[in-house]
Ligand binder design. Structure first.
Ligand code: PEP
Ligand code: MG
Length: 590
């Protein structure tokens, strides 16, 4: 797309919600309520505590109002985002600390509240975890409301009365701000902070508003009234676009609309190559509600249900019953399509706020996934029982993450048998023939894949981890991101070795890492003999599109080339060449 031209300025961030829009910018100021420290006489301390209590009650009411509106407009799931805000208001540790400061230091309520809430938010913001960092945004959202109420100010940003359609630019956009907006007048969002998992990103996707986050300094560089074009596919915002840019984008939009129409055509068709080879195409989900997107995007089932989000999102460990409900709901929604539930993969970059683990120097190589579960038997037992029980009610399969050798697999399977015995004694129904698989995401698992295959029904290659462990490249570290190469000859050969070991024992092989969501790499994986690709739901139509234009013979030739080749760049080049040749429309404008 267009390079920077005179007058035009281009800012790049993280694309989180697709679509292109253009219009006037409204840049929101970073107004934070000014909080002054004031000493109060001892006789006023009780009054300050009363003011605090009243502000909390008022804030609670406001949040409940916003929650009701969001639930009505966007659905219960989006409304439930505000549960986290309500919990902040009920956090006794925080509130006791505020009251203690008012009493001991004899200061005004707003200063005491601001001090404690800021300390909490700063701690959360510093944690290397997207989910917990987002909790800092929740915290600041609630804090601003409480302070506005204490200071008798209006809400800091009012997006309810935008007079004309515009693109909102802001340092941050809290869930409350996002919830208030008048959809008819908001064309897009451009936000300085945030990640793909930030609530604003989730809401933008659900509202289908093009959005970019992580723009760093957009709110400082752009001005209200400027005309801009926002490209939510590629994460680019262009202020003062030239006629040439607008023309190019007009073309891009037309191509995108045509592509969407074409992709819609394949939704209910199978992922079969031109020479008749069926690739099982499934999707990855994180919660039962995602089952809908699996179906609307034309997937044939779920190849990976990441269960850790159930744990991360709740305030305490979900019980067997709660888990059973979630797994059963997903299985019932998908039935008769398969649902592969992965047992808990905590650790690495996924932690529970309510169950802090030990500080580790190398968390990705530490107390993670199956290692954690084999030691935390009660947690594992509840989950395995819940999965077994859900298997009575749908096409459920189960797999273990991070298996690094046979001992772990045998231990996990022994426990599974023990819990099956318990359920039999309790007369609780389950599918005795529940298919069990393992994720192949460590090089050691590939080396012993032959032994693992004798004891399992399927493998699911977790390329996200397999790449980081094989190439010794931390998947979270942006400084070495260029070394994280899915087409590295070592990765190609590891996938081939896994497929060969599996097929020798008639074991099914899926790829559920991000490599399986990339249309450019799909032909290579098919050529290497992978039976199933499990992609993020929105990527499914494009993967299906390319498979339906591919010949298995071409895919095998590509795989043979890759297995012989010594260069990751050359392998990637060949993959791109084939993909562009068979499905050029997928790549126009990118
Ligand atoms: C993987 O490692 O490829 C995978 C799918 O697991 P996760 O991304 O959840 O670690
Ligand atoms: Mg993994």
């Amino acid at each position: 797309m267009a390079e920077a031209q005179k007058g035009e300025s281009i800012l790049r961030g993280i694309a989180v919600s697709g679509g292109v829009c253009r219009g006037k910018l409204v840049v929101l100021d970073r107004v934070r309520p000014k909080v002054r420290k004031q000493e109060v006489p001892a006789s006023d301390v009780a009054n300050e505590i009363n003011r605090l209590e009243r502000a909390l009650v008022e804030t609670r009411q406001q949040i409940l109002d916003v929650q009701r509106k969001v639930s009505e407009r966007m659905g219960a799931q989006e409304g439930s985002i505000f549960d986290a805000h309500l919990l902040v208001l009920e956090d006794r540790t925080l509130l006791d600390e505020v009251v203690r400061i008012i009493q001991e230091e004899k200061v005004n309520a707003e200063h005491a509240f601001h001090t404690v809430a800021e300390r909490y938010a700063a701690t959360l913001a510093a944690i290397e975890d997207d989910y917990l960092r987002e909790r800092a945004t929740d915290m600041r959202d609630v804090t601003a409301r409480v302070l506005n109420n204490l200071l008798g100010l209006d809400a800091e940003v009012d997006l309810r009365h935008l007079k004309e359609p515009c693109i909102i630019v802001s340092h941050d956009l809290t869930p409350s701000n996002t919830a208030q907006l008048d959809r008819r007048n908001v064309l897009g969002f451009a936000i300085d902070v945030g990640s793909k998992t930030s609530h604003t990103a989730i809401m933008a996707r659900s509202l289908r508003i093009p959005a970019i986050v992580g723009l760093k300094e957009a709110s400082g560089k752009l001005h209200t009234g400027q005309y801009a074009l926002l490209d939510g596919f590629n994460g680019v915002i262009i202020a003062n676009p030239t006629d040439q840019t607008l023309f190019e984008y007009g073309e891009l939009i037309r191509k995108h609309v045509t592509l969407q129409d074409r992709l819609r055509d394949v939704l209910d068709k199978p992922a079969v190559t031109l020479d008749g080879h069926h690739v099982f195409l499934s999707a990855n989900i994180e919660q039962p509600a995602d089952a809908e997107a699996v179906k609307t995007n034309g997937a044939e089932g779920v190849g990976l249900f990441r269960t850790e989000y159930l744990f991360i999102k709740s305030e305490s460990l979900p019980t067997e019953e709660q888990q059973y409900e979630a797994y059963r709901e997903a299985a019932a929604a998908l039935k008769p399509m398969p649902l592969v539930i992965r047992t808990l993969d905590l650790g690495g970059d996924k932690f529970l706020a309510h169950l802090p683990g030990p500080a580790e120097i190398n968390p990705f190589m530490g107390w993670r996934a199956i290692r954690f579960c084999l030691q935390e038997r009660d947690i594992f037992r509840e989950q395995l029982r819940a999965i077994l029980r859900a298997s009575a009610d749908g096409n459920v399969k189960m797999m273990y993450p991070m298996i690094s050798g046979l001992t772990e697999l045998n231990q996990a399977n022994e426990l599974l048998e023990e819990y099956k015995k318990e359920l039999r004694t309790e007369n609780v129904p389950f599918n005795d023939a529940l298919e069990v698989g393992a994720m192949i995401e460590t090089p050691s698992a590939v080396m012993v894949a032959d032994s693992l295959a004798k004891r399992l029904k399927f493998f699911s290659i977790g390329t996200n981890d397999l790449i980081q462990y094989s190439l010794a490249v931390d998947r979270m570290n942006e400084r070495i991101a260029h070394l994280y190469e899915p087409t590295h000859p070592a990765i190609v050969r590891l996938i081939k070795a896994t497929v060969d070991a599996a097929h020798k024992h008639k074991v099914w092989v899926s790829v559920c890492g991000e490599m399986g969501s990339d249309p450019v790499l799909a032909p290579l994986l098919v050529g290497l003999g992978v039976d199933e690709l499990s992609a993020s739901p929105p990527s499914v139509p494009a993967i299906k599109f390319i498979i339906r234009r591919l010949k298995l013979t071409e895919a095998k030739e590509l795989a043979d080339f890759a297995l012989d080749c010594e260069s990751a760049v050359e392998i990637l080049g060949r993959c791109q060449e084939l993909a562009r040749q068979i499905a050029p429309s997928l790549f126009e404008g990118k």
